[in-house]
Ligand binder design. Structure first.
Ligand code: GLN
Ligand code: ZN
Length: 753
């Protein structure tokens, strides 16, 4: 590697790929359904790639990223590229494309790879399964083929590939792998395969390649840092390779920055939005490298304060060999194009930038920096239109007492007196199956095909049916079933002031699944009750308690694009106040139990341990603000979708909910021991029915699970429930599963007497 490299200047670390109108989603789903063949799907893919390259090159980026396309996921692409295809998929004897999709989605009794969250984003990746006998080879040529495809179109690209360390650190040992094996054991053979890829890219003409190493913005051991050094020492010393740009995003490279800087890589991309530039001047080895400054937020939808970004960049000029500007991470995490939106208020619109606008920002910034003319750059305007003085006054008046309830023992006694629930009380998590009729009614209302009154009648009929069914099954605490909710965050965002919805703001969550997160742009307030009518209607149909059902403040933030002009904790408190008012209204209307769901509590956990305490403080504080206005005799439930609490287990205790329902069916109740170990002594409902599978558990296995649970938790604090909402299941499974649960509970109760 001794030929001079072209400067990067301005770039983005990656781009959305699902298509501005979700073309790839449609094409892929058509292919899966057998409506089209592979040629049609490949055609759509090629068109989308061509459009992306044309757009990025046309916008004037100094360096255009390549290989940003994926049929499903970039980690899966990397596994396939290097031949890490577990035997169970190879044995299927499918085409390359179908093997790839089988790894993503499973097929005829063959389980797919595990799907899990990509760092602290809402994107999910497929977890490669590695074993001592995994043989890495350069099995594919996707990055090379796409480099050539772009070149044929006249666009020179910088292929983006997951780096070898992040690939291994985000992979897992296959179920049968020997004890003591970790994927990192495979680093050397993997590097051989990377070396071959780099040579092929160089032969194809690629001047640069980007290797993504976001795993190093999380805490890493000395051994992992040593492996990073060894890997880039080795790749850097190859003769036949493109220039190496190693990218870290979603936070600060921390200790990894000097490590990388001391290897022969030519460039390092740093996230200056989630991380900071403070450490850069001290790393002298950066003085002869290119530093790609990620100053345009790739994960959020706000327009960049370019004047501030320019001064950040300017402050680095003396400390680095050469400076380029970029997004903080791939633009995969934001929608395509603000120009597609027609209904956003002008004042909000002015503050927004989606992927296409962010590309333009990077280009503008790059030009301004190289010409030295940064005076004309955009400065973020004041915050006046985002303020709601009433909300601000309420926040300012908050005292610690607003986040405290009476001691649990006192509450438990008052609630038991009021509710008189049997031991091992039975309930569900909230939603019931969303039938075609229910979805149609919501769609009809949105499209104006039916009026409000007709819609209300249909929803009420559904609620009545769900209440009658629960009474017939013999559940103790009922729910209204949530038929009116499309999505547990969107439903609230649509009713709260301070949020806006987009029409086309889709972002990929995983594979063909996209979400359209609401935008939380201003102070949040609740103009009117949000759930009261449906809940009280349901309660009017039965003498059994019906749970009010709310989504918690942390989850509402986690699944929205959130304003970045004030601390998240402050925004969370505003949402919490709105929920607190809702709890109050529900109570006043006679609702005796309110559930506040926080399935995203663990998702927002910072990647670095040192930042976790302050996160937990505000997250728990907001939940408590939402729930602590409840009377002593009102029972507060919360639902957390998972059971591997890890670092958040203390936070769960801190929530101080009267009853916490969790997933446990798949983790065999081990979680109860974990909870006992931290002294958790409130109500707990370990999910005994795994709703993630169509399987109906029988009475014997439910009885066994509940009996085991009853040895870890006293029966008066133990609940029996499914492990999540039922909305994705069908009645054919849900009804027998719930009946079996009730029968199992009766069997366990009989033994208690
Ligand atoms: N109450 C919600 C439901 O039942 C909870 C879903 C969730 O936590 N993911 O659908
Ligand atoms: Zn759940």
């Amino acid at each position: 590697m001794n030929h001079p490299l072209p400067p990067i200047g301005s770039t983005v670390l990656g781009y959305p790929r699902i298509g501005p109108h979700r073309e790839l989603k449609r094409a892929t789903e058509n292919y899966w359904a057998g409506r089209t063949g592979p040629a049609e799907l490949e055609g759509t893919a090629r068109e989308l790639r061509a459009r992306t390259w044309a757009e990025l090159a046309g916008a004037g980026l100094g360096s255009v990223p390549g290989n940003t396309f994926s049929y499903y996921d970039q980690m899966l692409d990397t596994a396939v590229l290097f031949g890490a295809v577990p035997l169970r998929f190879r044995e299927l004897g499918l085409s390359e494309l179908d093997t790839y999709f089988a790894m993503a989605r499973g097929c005829e009794g063959v389980a797919p790879l595990e799907l899990t969250k990509w760092f602290d984003t809402n994107y999910h990746y497929l977890v490669p399964e590695l074993a001592p006998d995994t043989r890495f080879t350069l099995a594919g040529d996707k990055p090379v083929a796409e480099y050539r495809e772009a070149a044929a179109q006249g666009v020179v690209t910088r292929p983006v590939v997951i780096g070898p360390l992040t690939f291994l650190l985000q992979a897992k040992a296959a179920a049968g792998a020997s004890k003591g094996f970790t994927p990192l054991d495979l680093l050397d053979p993997l590097l051989d395969a990377y070396a071959e890829l780099l040579a092929r890219l160089a032969d194809a003409g690629a001047a640069w390649v980007q290797l993504d190493e976001p795993a190093f913005v999380a805490d890493r051991t000395d051994a992992e840092l040593a492996a990073l050094a060894r890997a880039y020492e080795r790749l850097g010393s190859l003769i036949n390779r493109p220039g190496l740009l190693v990218a870290g995003y979603f936070g600060d490279f921390g200790r990894a920055l000097p490590v990388l800087a001391n290897t022969p890589v030519e460039a390092v991309a740093v996230d200056l939005v989630a991380g900071s530039s403070a450490a850069i001047p001290a790393v002298t080895a950066l003085r002869d490298k290119t530093v790609v400054a990620g100053v345009v937020d790739g994960r959020n939808v706000w327009r960049t304060d370019l004047a501030a970004a320019a001064s950040t960049c300017a402050s680095l000029l003396g400390s680095v060999g050469s400076l380029a500007v970029s997004t903080s991470c791939s633009l995969l995490h934001v929608p395509y194009d603000l120009d597609a939106e027609t209904t956003l208020p002008a004042a909000l619109r002015e503050r927004l930038a989606f992927a296409r606008q962010k590309v333009a920002e990077v280009v503008l910034l790059g030009r301004a920096l190289s010409s030295g003319d940064t005076d004309q750059l955009h400065r973020t305007a004041g915050t006046a239109e985002r303020r709601n003085d009433h909300v601000r006054g309420r926040i300012a008046a908050l005292r610690p007492a607003h986040r405290h309830r009476a001691p649990y023992a006192e509450r438990a006694a008052a609630q038991q007196e009021r509710l008189a629930l049997p031991p091992l009380a039975t309930t569900t998590i909230g939603s019931f199956p969303q039938t075609g009729d229910v979805r149609r009614a919501r769609a009809d209302l949105r499209a104006g095909r039916i009026d409000e009154a007709t819609y209300t009648d249909r929803m009420r009929a559904e609620i009545r049916r769900v209440i009658e069914l629960q009474e017939d099954i013999g559940l103790d605490v009922l729910v209204h079933g949530e038929p009116e909710r499309n999505d547990m965050v969107q439903y609230f965002a649509e009713q709260l002031d301070g949020f806006a919805a987009t029409e086309h703001g889709w972002v990929q969550s995983y594979g063909t699944r996209c979400v359209r997160p609401p935008i939380l742009h201003s102070d949040v307030s609740r103009p009117r009750p949000m759930t009261l009518d449906w809940t009280t209607y349901a309660q009017g149909l039965t003498s059994k308690p019906v749970k009010g059902m709310l989504t918690g403040p942390v989850t509402i933030l986690a699944w929205s694009f959130v304003r970045d002009d004030q601390p998240l904790g402050m925004t969370a408190d505003q949402v919490a106040l709105a929920l607190r008012d809702e709890v109050h209204d529900l109570e006043a209307a006679g609702i005796r139990i309110v559930q506040v769901d926080e399935p995203a509590l663990r998702e927002l956990l910072p990647l670095r341990a040192e930042e976790r305490k302050s996160y937990v403080d505000w997250a728990v504080g907001a939940f408590r603000l939402a729930t602590s206005g409840a009377a002593t005799a009102t029972q507060i439930h919360t639902h957390l979708c998972y059971s591997e609490f890890g670092d958040v287990i203390e936070a769960i205790d801190g929530l101080d909910a009267d009853v916490t329902t969790i997933e446990a069916a798949r983790s065999h109740m081990e979680v109860l021991a974990d909870l006992r170990a931290i002294g958790f002594a409130r109500g707990v409902g370990p999910g005994v029915y795994d709703i993630h599978s169509p399987r109906v558990p029988d009475v014997a296995e439910l009885t066994a699970l509940l009996s085991a649970a009853a040895t870890a938790v006293p029966p008066e604090r133990l609940w029996a429930n499914p492990d999540c909402g039922l909305k994705t299941r069908g009645y054919a499974e849900v009804e027998p599963a719930l009946r079996n649960t009730v029968e199992a509970v009766h069997a366990v109760r009989a033994r208690l007497r």
